[in-house]
Design a protein around this ligand. Structure first.
Ligand SMILES: Nc1ncnc2c1ncn2[C@@H]1O[C@H](COP(=O)(O)OP(=O)(O)O)[C@@H](O)[C@H]1O
Ligand SMILES: [Mg+2]
Length: 296
C-alpha cells in the first residue's frame, strides 16, 4: 500500500529551487532512505509533506490526503524534523505524558515508548542533561507515541554513536517489517542508513537523481574482477586477447574490466597460474552516491 506519495513537488525560496519537480512514493512495510548532500532539499520536502511549508506546485500526500487534512495526525504520522526542541526542565517521562494527554493517548504509553527507545533508565531525568543521542531517542519515542502507520524522520542518525546507529537500524526495520509501518528517513551520510533501508531516493540540488533499491544502485556499472597471483603479469595479455581491459595497481594484482569472473577463471586455468584470490569487486556505494550527487 502506498503510504506516502510525493508528486511533481516544487518549492523555491527566492532564486533557490530547493525542491524541483520531485516525485516518489513510500510503501507500507518498507524503509525508504531519502538521501542527498546538505542543501539538496530533503528537509524542505519533508516540511512540505508535514504541511509546515506550502509547496509552489505538486502534491505531497499521506494515505492519499494532505497532512493538514488528517483527522488524528499524531496517530497516523510520527515525525521528527531537525532541531527538535524539548522543554529543558521537564523529565523525559513528563515530556511524553504531556503529549499523550494532548493527543488523547493513555499516559501509560509514555513509559512504554521510553522503553522502546532505550530510555527507560533515564525516564525521570531532566531533558536539559540529555546528550544529542538521547534527545534523538526521545524524539523517536515522541514520534511513535501514537503507534503511527507512517514515520518521517529527518537525519535521525545525527548525534548517535555507532551503537546508537545500530540500535536505530533495528528499531526502524522492526517497525517496518514486523509492524508494517511506512518509514521515510533522510540522511546526508549514505553509510548511516545503507544497512537500514530497503529503497533509496537520491536528491541533489532539488532534483531527483535516483530511485529504486540499493541493489539496483550497486548493480549498475562495470564491476571489475580482482585477481591476486604472484604471476599476475602473465595473465594480463591473455585477458586482453579476450577483450578485457586490465589494470595492474600493484605487482601481483590485476583489476580486470569488461569480462566476467568466469572468463578470468578460464584464463587462470588455461595458463596454469597459481591464484590466491579471485573476486568480483563490490561497487563502492559511497562512490556511486558521490558521483550521482556531485555538483555539475
Ligand atoms: N526557509 C528557507 N528560506 C530560504 N532558503 C531556504 C529555506 N529553507 C531551505 N532553504 C534553502 O533550500 C535549499 C534546500 O535546503 P534543505 O531542504 O534544508 O536541504 P537539506 O535538508 O537536504 O540539507 C538550500 O539551498 C537551503 O539554503
Ligand atoms: Mg536537512
Amino acid at each position: 500500500m502506498t503510504a506516502i506519495e510525493i508528486r511533481n513537488l516544487s518549492k523555491a525560496f527566492g532564486p533557490v529551487r530547493a525542491v524541483d519537480d520531485v516525485s516518489f512514493s513510500v510503501e507500507s512495510g518498507t524503509v525508504t532512505g531519502y538521501l542527498g548532500p546538505n542543501g539538496a532539499g530533503k528537509t524542505t520536502t519533508l516540511r512540505c509533506l508535514l504541511g509546515l511549508v506550502t509547496a509552489d506546485s505538486g502534491t505531497a500526500l499521506v494515505d492519499g490526503r494532505p497532512y493538514t487534512a488528517l483527522e488524528r495526525p499524531l496517530a497516523e504520522v510520527g515525525a521528527v524534523l531537525e532541531a527538535t526542541s524539548f522543554h529543558p526542565g521537564r523529565t523525559a517521562r513528563d515530556h511524553l505524558r504531556v503529549i499523550c494527554t494532548a493527543a488523547g493517548l493513555p499516559v501509560s504509553r509514555a513509559d512504554e515508548a521510553l522503553e522502546q527507545v532505550g530510555l527507560a533508565d533515564s525516564a525521570g531525568k531532566r531533558v536539559a542533561g540529555f546528550s544529542l543521542g538521547m534527545r534523538q531517542r526521545l524524539a523517536l519515542g515522541t514520534a511513535t507515541l501514537g503507534h503511527p502507520r507512517v514515520l518521517i524522520l529527518d537525519e535521525p542518525a545525527n548525534g548517535l554513536d555507532p551503537a546508537g546507529i545500530e540500535w536505530l537500524r533495528g528499531f526502524l526495520r522492526s517497525l517496518a517489517h514486523e509492524q508494517g509501518v511506512a518509514v521515510l528517513v533522510s540522511s546526508h551520510v549514505l553509510s548511516e542508513v545503507q544497512q537500514t533501508v530497503d529503497n533509496v531516493v537520491i536528491i541533489a540540488r532539488g532534483r531527483l537523481v535516483h530511485q529504486g533499491s540499493l541493489a539496483e544502485l550497486t548493480g549498475n556499472g562495470d564491476r571489475p574482477v580482482r585477481v591476486h597471483a604472484a604471476d599476475a603479469a602473465r595473465l594480463a595479455p591473455v585477458l586482453e586477447a579476450k577483450g578485457a581491459r586490465v589494470e595492474q595497481p600493484q605487482p601481483g594484482v590485476l583489476r580486470v574490466h569488461g569480462v566476467g569472473a568466469e572468463t578470468v577463471g578460464q584464463a587462470v586455468l588455461d595458463e596454469g597460474v597459481l591464484v590466491t584470490e579471485l573476486v568480483r569487486e563490490r561497487s563502492d556505494l559511497q562512490e556511486i552516491f558521490m558521483e550521482l550527487t556531485r555538483e555539475k
